[in-house]
Each structure stands twice: as structure tokens, then as C-alpha cells.
Design a protein around this ligand. Structure first.
Ligand SMILES: Cc1cc2nc3c(=O)[nH]c(=O)nc-3n(C[C@H](O)[C@H](O)[C@H](O)COP(=O)(O)OP(=O)(O)OC[C@H]3O[C@@H](n4cnc5c(N)ncnc54)[C@H](O)[C@@H]3O)c2cc1C
Length: 466
């Protein structure tokens, strides 16, 4: 009798540790074929004129796929890489190797769930089955208290309920030796940015963020963060703007699944037992719970997350799209230093701090009065750590169409500049034209007197719509 064969479909879970689909496939099948599918739809041009995935995230993803392939090869297996729609790619491969099952991580958002339905349908015609597991959130839905279904409207309510008896599963160990791929299977070449028609980010020489894709780099980054004991002061530093250590910088690895949130959680617990346990160590778990909350928001509200009326369903809301204004916002040319520096940082690196994201989103929605869908779509393109649930739910929240009872989350972007960048180090870093501006005017250089501006040889225009 021939050995039973399964595929493991790697999606945004590009790791070997804590990988439930891989463990389940190995338990039930003698031959397991790991496969990554690069869907052309992810690279398609959007109505806004940019591609759905920008080069920062694509580069990170390709690095992560290369790392995964190397780890699988080191264990005797390999990673098949296919460039097609998932249903087509997986059905073709399943037929070729005689697979009766495909194992994968399921997601909470509509496009990803549509792919799952299509894959399941295509497999059914072959008599094969799609098995989905949970891997993305920290908390497994079966471990949530009954009282959080339906989801409480407010994060704090949800958090307090789940914290009452927080159950976080232990991460599954990475497998050891793996079965070889059937001889007939071609693993396929890895695409490159250039072969996909992309250019690398014009990373500014002064870029203050760098992250290499992949489980190996992610684990090394996290170990170094713990080793340096940055976790002990995380709560005090997390609102920083410039440089790597002020916050964990786990987001890109978590979004692509190179790191498991459960691994992070249990490492924090070990750190608390061995090094220090304080408000800061708790706070990183608190932030991971925000991530989970938005995952469960996406699961409950589905496609509403992506509509102008958001979770509240105000479909009649009129949203403006003034081309010049939006282009100035997107490219960091609004005349508001904090906003411009953040937007140029995003262009240069694919990253922006949480404080920055809240401010630029608030400014786009509440000062410029522009369509938040544009802002969220630009983030979807540009962010290295784009995660559908986290991005769109955060935008809904700032735009006042989330499940937050407060009608407006407007930030005073000038005050925030002085509060969080009092000496202007961040804005000067990304806006060299502000180098000579004195600290007292660094976040509103248009207020310099004509004489002061002349002495600097500069003219500062009034910022847009403040
Ligand atoms: C408008 C807007 C859009 C955003 N889009 C994304 C996105 O696409 N992907 C993404 O991962 N985060 C997003 N965030 C959340 C947050 O800004 C980033 O997770 C964080 O800045 C990443 O840096 P870090 O890893 O150092 O975070 P840390 O402060 O060290 O937090 C640790 C981890 O907790 C999670 N986290 C923290 N804050 C949030 C939050 N508000 N919502 C969800 N998860 C959170 C992230 O996984 C993060 O890596 C967005 C926030 C806003 C306001």
C-alpha cells in the first residue's frame, strides 16, 4: 500500500516552532509536503495606483520563505514554492502527489477565509480535505470564557474577562527530522523582488528600523531583546519614536508568523521568574492582548472592518478624497513635522511606531477630513508588519467607526510632537530641512518669525488644515 500523503500549506505562519498544522500532518501521514503559495492577487495593483503589497513587506516575506526552506532542508524535507492562486496551486500539487489532506492555519479576515473556502472546494473535487488550526492569536478560541461571546464592545471589558482565567497554551516544539519530498516533486525557484517587478525600498541611509524576515532572525531579535533586558523598562519606553529598542519590534515577525505569540508569552513568563517581573513585563502581554482582541473583532465583524461605515455600519458617511491633500499626507509633505517625519519613516523603512500611527491616522481623518479607507489601504501597502485585523481594526478605531464608544479619537499632533519628541530628535532625523530650527518651534516651524526663518534661510508654509 502506498504511504498516505498530506500537504502543509504555509501562509502567514512561516515558522517551524509552534506550528499546529505541521504537527497534525506529521502525526497522521507518512509523507508530508510543505508548500508556500505566493498568490498573484497579493501583488496586484489596487484602485489607488499602488500594489497591494509594497516592497518592504514583500522583501521580508521572501526572506522568511527562504529561511523556512533552509530550515526544512536541514531536517531532510524542502519547501515547494508556487506562484499561483492557492486553490489552483494546492489542488494541482495534491493531485500530483496523491495527497488526501491539506493542513493550514486558518485566519479571521474575509479575503483569507475566501481563499480557505476555495481551497476546500478544489480539494473536495479530488476527494481531499482541508484541515484548519488556530495559530495566529495568543488565546485559542476554545480557551476563552463564555462571557466574551459575543465580543464585549470595549477592549478593557474583554481583557478583564479573559485575564480572570488566562489560559495560554504551551508552544509546540519544532519537529526534528522530517520525511523527504516524493522524488517527482520539484521544489521550484524562490522568486526575487526583481523577478516580481519590484525595486528594493530606497532605504534612507539614516533608516532607524531594520528587520530581516524569517524565524531564525525573529528568534535572534527576541533573544537579544530579552538579553539586553529592554523588557524590564518596556512600559516607560514603548511610546518612543526613534530607533529599535524603545518597543519590542516583534510586529513584522508576528504578522508573518515567523514568531508565535505563545512562544513570546512563555518567554516573558520565564523572564519574570528569572530576571524581573514588573509593570513593563506585564505590559507586553497587555499589548499582545490588543492584537488578540482585534483578531476576534475581525472574526466577529468580517467584511464590515473594511467598509467606510466600519463596525458601526454608517454606510451613508460621506468621505472625501482630495487628491493633493492625500498625496501630501502620503509622502510626508503636510507641514506638520511629526506627521511628515512618520510618513517619511514609513516610506524609508516600512515601519512606524504605534504613537506615530495613531497621530498620522488621526490627522488624516480628523484634521484633513479625508477618507480613512485611503489611509488604511496605504498602510496595507507600505507596512512591513501589515496584519489585516490589526491594521483595519486600528483604523476603524481611530476613525471613530470601530466598536469604541468614544465618537472621536482626535490627537493634537503638535502637542503630541512636543510631548513625545521634545528635543525634536525624531523629526530632525527624517526631515533634514528642520535641522536648524530651535527646539521651541521644532513642531510648528511656521510660527517662527520672518526674521528667524530668514536667519535659517528657510520658509515654512502653514501646515495643511490645522
Ligand atoms: C492606524 C494603526 C494601524 C496599525 N496597523 C498595524 C498592522 O498592520 N500590524 C500590526 O502588527 N500592528 C498594527 N498597529 C499596532 C501597532 O502600532 C504596532 O503593532 C506596533 O507599533 C508595532 O511595533 P512593536 O512590535 O514594537 O510593538 P510593541 O509596542 O512592542 O507591541 C508588541 C506587540 O503587540 C502587538 N500590538 C501592540 N499594539 C497593538 C495594537 N494597537 N493593535 C494590534 N496589535 C498591537 C503587536 O503585535 C506588537 O508587535 C497599528 C496601529 C495603528 C494605530
Amino acid at each position: 500500500m502506498s504511504a498516505s500523503v498530506a500537504l502543509v500549506w504555509f501562509r502567514n505562519d512561516l515558522r517551524l516552532h509552534d506550528h499546529a498544522p505541521l504537527v497534525a500532518a506529521l502525526r497522521a501521514h507518512a509523507v508530508v509536503v510543505p508548500v508556500f503559495v505566493l498568490d498573484p492577487a497579493l501583488l496586484a495593483e489596487t484602485d489607488f495606483g499602488w500594489r497591494k503589497t509594497g516592497s518592504a513587506r514583500l522583501a521580508f516575506m521572501l526572506e522568511a520563505v527562504a529561511d523556512l526552506r533552509a530550515s526544512l532542508r536541514a531536517r531532510g524535507s524542502n519547501l515547494v514554492v508556487s506562484h499561483a492562486a492557492p486553490a489552483q496551486a494546492l489542488a494541482t500539487l495534491a493531485q500530483q502527489v496523491g495527497a488526501t489532506a491539506v493542513y493550514a492555519t486558518g485566519y479571521a479576515t474575509p479575503e483569507e477565509q475566501r481563499d480557505e473556502r476555495r481551497v476546500a472546494k478544489a480539494l473536495a473535487t479530488l476527494g481531499a480535505t482541508l484541515h484548519l488550526s488556530y495559530g495566529h492569536p495568543l488565546l485559542h478560541p476554545d480557551d476563552l470564557p463564555d462571557r466574551v461571546t459575543p465580543l464585549p464592545e470595549i477592549f478593557t471589558q474583554w481583557r478583564k474577562e479573559v485575564e480572570r482565567r488566562l489560559k495560554v497554551r504551551q508552544p509546540l516544539p519544532a519537529p526534528g527530522k522530517l520525511p523527504a519530498l516524493p522524488a517527482s516533486v520539484e521544489a521550484g525557484a524562490l522568486p526575487t523582488l526583481a523577478s516580481l517587478g519590484y525595486e528594493s525600498l530606497p532605504r534612507a541611509a539614516e533608516a532607524d528600523y531594520a528587520a530581516e524576515g524569517g524565524e531564525t532572525a525573529g528568534l535572534a531579535h527576541w533573544e537579544a531583546y530579552l538579553e539586553a533586558e529592554y523588557l524590564s523598562t518596556y512600559k516607560e519606553t514603548r511610546n518612543g519614536l526613534l530607533g529599535m529598542p524603545f518597543s519590542s519590534k516583534l510586529s513584522a515577525w508576528l504578522a508573518q508568523g515567523c514568531l508565535s505569540p505563545r512562544q513570546i508569552y512563555w518567554d516573558i513568563k520565564r523572564y519574570e521568574a528569572e530576571v524581573a517581573s514588573n509593570e513593563s513585563t506585564y505590559w507586553l502581554v497587555f499589548e499582545l492582548l490588543w492584537r488578540d482582541y482585534f483578531y476576534y473583532v475581525a472574526r466577529q465583524y468580517g467584511s464590515r472592518l473594511f467598509r467606510p461605515g466600519g463596525l458601526r455600519g454608517h454606510e451613508t458617511r460621506k468621505l472625501r478624497r482630495d487628491r493633493g491633500t492625500l498625496e501630501a499626507w502620503r509622502t510626508g509633505q503636510t507641514g506638520v513635522p511629526l506627521v511628515d517625519a512618520c510618513m517619511r519613516q514609513l516610506l524609508a523603512t516600512g515601519f512606524m511606531s504605534n504613537r506615530g500611527r495613531q497621530n498620522v491616522a488621526s490627522y488624516q481623518v480628523h484634521d484633513l477630513h479625508q477618507d480613512w479607507i485611503y489611509g488604511a489601504s496605504w498602510f496595507e501597502h507600505a507596512l512591513v508588519d501589515y496584519d489585516p485585523a490589526s491594521n483595519w481594526a486600528n483604523w476603524c478605531y481611530v476613525a471613530g467607526v470601530g466598536n469604541d464608544p468614544r465618537p472621536s479619537r482626535k490627537f493634537n499632533v503638535v502637542k503630541q510632537g512636543y510631548d513625545y519628541d521634545p528635543d525634536g530628535a525624531f523629526v530632525r532625523h527624517y526631515l533634514p530641512e528642520l535641522k536648524g530650527v530651535p527646539n521651541h518651534a521644532i513642531h510648528e516651524p511656521h510660527r517662527l518669525s520672518p526674521l528667524e526663518a530668514q536667519a535659517l534661510g528657510m520658509q515654512f508654509a502653514e501646515p495643511l488644515h490645522l
